[in-house]
Design a protein. Structure first.
Length: 200
DNA sequence: TGTAGGATCCACT
DNA sequence: GTGGATCCTACAG
């Protein structure tokens, strides 16, 4: 496998990238420990025009500044004062689109993931939420701004050929405050369990 | 400087 | 299925 090239992140259609990232391998190498898994859930946040986005209406703050840079870097922020959430910044400079990685299926370094999360079993429950997956992968604010071409965090391509029918689209989670934008079908789920059943 | 509210998770019923 | 934990961020004054 090979790291996704920077060009993969510069597409201007953030919804396209959100679907594209499903089934790819997300890796982190934190404290010299390799952990990773298959991306199974993403959400698209469409820059300045999307009420659910932190960059809605072009607001620039210290927190969101990274979203306005070039795509291919990580945007990590603290939610509810408790959970770190991991995003992929996409598109070119001044277009603050981002994809929230909501879930992965754990594959590599699962023992370390159990230690980090305090869980005892490796299953889909280990990293099936945006706060849980950052904890399992050891991601915190020190990763904010890191390049996906670097050695801390990256995404690799693979041989998984996902068909349209393997992807479920629906409204995003926890964005009820966003008015009609809360209804946009910008959440994408790749049902990895069903995929395995069908191909084996 | 104060305060309202949030891109969540877990324990408990 | 429901509610509390918990604290940072953004914005108003």
């Amino acid at each position: 496998m090979a790291k996704l090239p920077i060009s993969s992140y510069l597409h201007t259609d953030v919804v396209y990238i959100a679907r594209f990232l499903l089934g790819k391998y997300l890796f982190s190498n934190i404290d010299n420990i390799l952990t990773g898994g298959i991306i199974t859930e993403t959400e698209a946040y469409k820059g300045t025009s999307d009420k659910a986005s932190h960059a809605y209406s072009g607001t620039r703050t210290n927190r969101t500044e990274i979203m306005y840079g070039q795509g291919g870097v990580a945007y990590v922020y603290l939610c509810y004062g408790i959970h770190y959430l991991l995003n992929v910044v996409t598109a070119d400079v001044n277009i603050p689109h981002a994809v929230l990685i909501r879930a992965i299926y754990p594959i590599i370094g699962t023992n370390e993931m159990l230690v980090r999360t305090g869980k005892t079993k490796v299953n889909n429950n280990l990293s099936n939420g945006p706060g849980k997956l950052t904890k399992a992968l050891g991601i915190d604010l020190s990763i904010n701004g890191a390049s996906y071409q670097g050695s801390d965090i990256w995404i690799e391509d693979n041989k998984i050929a996902i068909k349209k029918m393997d992807i479920e689209a629906g409204p995003r989670i926890g964005v009820g405050y966003a008015g009609k934008d809360a209804l946009l079908p910008y959440r994408f789920v790749f049902n990895y369990g069903d995929y395995i059943k069908k191909t084996h």
